[in-house]
Design a protein around this ligand. Structure first.
Ligand code: ADP
Length: 599
């Protein structure tokens, strides 16, 4: 065997076709592997034997006729016949016969190349079955009477019936009764050989669940071309439908929104424009889509847009940004806009959506409020000025009244009228104190409160204050000091603070019998505390009582006062870098504490 022959033999053996060669006497001289597989004889079994070995007896006559024709040089293609296997089984084959010639062109034998038709058909069917079974679509077939004849795995999943349960039953099992007529119409189209494509309908699953399906129905024909049934491919589109509905709802929201909703590309070209936008800006969708967003941005705000787009490109949102836009008629609109990136399915940012709300009203309200506040501040300033002026004007006559009363008091040594004068003088002193407090408020307001600092012993000052107040009250002021501590402060102002705290303690504890005063000290500061057992202060107001004119609600008319004592006190203490605060319980009493840094 030369090389070429070797290659040829290899190919013949590897072929899926049955290849048999016989000589002119009908003896087999070549037999390939496919022949062995098909007939069950090995090469050794058949070489040299008569080729009629595999020809069924009743067909031998026909066979001989054919062979005669080939011996004459004729080629016979794809002749369908039967052959017998070693086991005696008949197989359906298609054979092509050709003459085999030698180098001189003389016919020396015959070759038969055959194919097992049935096996191929079975393989094809197997492949089809596998495709059908693995399809994601439900594939079902039925005959012309509507009886289900096949049912794939996806159909089992979709309709919840196993093939075993449903094959042999009528398709009406799957169709809501009101749609039976539709089914009859489909069947009649199928009978006419037509295909029904992507037809949207409803079916019922075993559990009663309604399925929204897209169905394609095709006729099934037998070999003779007669229509014998229909195959149905059904796809569940419920999700699809849901998505479509969602989109519909979204579109409806956008178009019915009172807010202007506009979208644009990253280049600033307007791509959508809802009715809210039309109402707000005055442009109809048809005149603005495709135009630049700058159409509605005032010239002096063009720079804003670039900033917004830069943020959008980074995937950021711009929230409630207050700006101005222009309407078609040139009106400037105060708007609050929120801009969000628009992404495509693969997540790339392809534009921006803008929701704009007209806030002209709010802006106006805000501006009015600002104006109002300014006016209020001005009025407040006038009031302060008035208080300052009034107390100043009051001070001069008061001083003169005071001096004259003192003179009178001295002159009326033993007179019966002396008592009246003394009483009057007491009231005038109260009035003088009040006026000087008012003047202090004005000084604080104007930043003109002067401090005259000296070193003195704070504990000693407290003691002096207690001693001066004690004779004016029926309360017992309890104070025992064992400490001494020098502070650098305005003695008179600190005295004013302590006197104010002591008089308050007495004033606001009408049923209390005592006030406890104590002093404590560490290396940095000295603390004075003044405790009463009076009405107490509501917890939510303990901070406010130190502000100007503030009085705990509901005090008047039982307790007189202007609400400025603690304000002045706290200003004085703060100017000394000290601290003043209160701890209190309603109905139990209050403890005011004052902390002053030691020198
Ligand atoms: P006035 O006593 O003139 O109202 P203050 O500035 O001294 O003004 O005090 C402010 C407010 O603080 C008072 O109106 C009162 O409501 C409350 N207050 C001050 N001291 C006491 C206290 N010892 N007990 C209860 N409430 C107090």
């Amino acid at each position: 065997m030369n090389i070429q022959q070797g290659i040829l033999a290899g190919i013949i053996n590897a072929s899926e076709d049955i290849i048999i060669v016989q000589d002119l006497d009908g003896c087999i001289i070549s037999w390939n592997r496919a022949a062995s597989l098909a007939f069950g004889y090995s090469e050794d079994d058949v070489l040299g034997k008569s080729a009629s070995l595999i020809v069924p007896e009743h067909l031998r006559g026909e066979e001989n006729e054919l062979l005669e024709r080939v011996k004459q040089g004729e080629k016979i293609g794809q002749f369908e016949t039967f052959r017998a296997t070693k086991a005696g089984k008949l197989i359906h084959v298609a054979i092509g016969f050709s003459p085999v010639t030698n180098q001189l062109g003389e016919i020396v034998g015959l070759s038969a190349i055959g194919r097992d038709i049935q096996r191929i058909a079975e393989e094809k069917q197997g492949m089809l079955a596998a495709i059908i079974d693995s399809s994601d679509d439900a594939i079902v077939s039925k005959n012309l009477f509507g009886i289900i004849t096949s049912w794939n795995r996806s159909a089992e999943r979709l309709f919840e019936y196993s093939a075993h349960e449903i094959i042999g039953r009528h398709v009406h099992t799957l169709i809501p009764e009101k749609l039976w007529e539709e089914e009859a119409m489909i069947i009649s189209r199928i009978k006419r050989g037509e295909k029904v494509e992507h037809f949207k309908t409803l079916r019922v699953a075993k559990s009663g669940k309604l399925l929204q399906l897209s169905v394609t129905v095709s006729p099934i024909k037998n070999r003779a071309g007669e229509i014998i049934g229909a195959s149905k491919i059904a796809r569940d589109v419920s999700q699809h439908r849901l998505a479509e509905e969602k989109q519909g709802i979204l579109a409806a929201i956008v178009s019915s929104s009172d807010d202007a909703i506009v979208s644009k590309t990253l280049e600033g070209i307007i791509t959508s424009w809802n009715f809210g936008a039309e109402r707000l800006f005055g442009y109809h969708e048809s005149e603005i889509i495709g135009k630049s967003i700058y159409t509605i941005i005032p010239r002096n705000r063009h720079h804003e847009e670039q900033g917004i787009i830069n943020k959008i490109k980074k995937g950021e949102k711009v929230d409630h940004f207050e700006t101005v836009r222009v309407a078609k008629d040139g009106r400037e609109l105060s708007l609050s806009i929120t801009v969000s990136p628009v992404k495509n399915r693969s997540g790339e940012i392809i534009g921006a959506s803008k929701i704009a709300r007209d806030i002209s009203e709010q802006v106006k309200v805000r501006e009015d409020r600002e104006l109002y506040t300014k006016r209020l501040e001005k009025l407040n300033h006038y009031k302060d000025e008035f208080i300052g002026m009034a107390s100043h004007e009051l001070k001069t006559p008061l001083t003169s009244i005071n001096a004259n009363l003192q003179l009178l008091q001295r002159k009326l040594q033993e007179s019966a009228f002396k008592g009246f004068v003394t009483k009057t003088l007491r009231h005038v002193n109260k009035l003088t104190a009040l006026v000087s407090e008012l003047l202090d408020v004005t000084r604080i307001q104007e930043g003109k409160l002067q401090l005259n600092k000296t070193y003195f012993d704070l504990a000693e000052l407290v003691e002096e204050c207690v001693e001066s107040i004690q004779p004016t009250t029926t309360h017992t002021i309890q104070y025992e000091s064992k400490i001494t501590g020098a502070v650098l402060a305005d003695r008179q102002r600190i005295e004013q603070v302590i006197v104010n705290l002591l008089t308050n303690a007495i004033k606001y504890s009408p049923h209390g019998k005592q006030v406890i005063v104590s002093t404590e000290m560490d290396e940095h500061e000295m603390c004075v505390s003044i405790q009463d057992f009076g009405i107490g202060i509501p917890a939510d107001q303990t901070a406010q009582i130190f502000s100007r004119f503030y009085r705990v609600e509901g005090l008047a008319p039982t307790y007189s006062g202007l609400g400025i004592g603690l304000y002045i006190s706290s200003e004085i203490v703060q100017r000394h870098n000290g601290k003043i605060w209160v701890e209190s319980e309603i109905g139990k009493g209050s403890t005011f504490k004052l902390k002053m840094p030691l020198k």
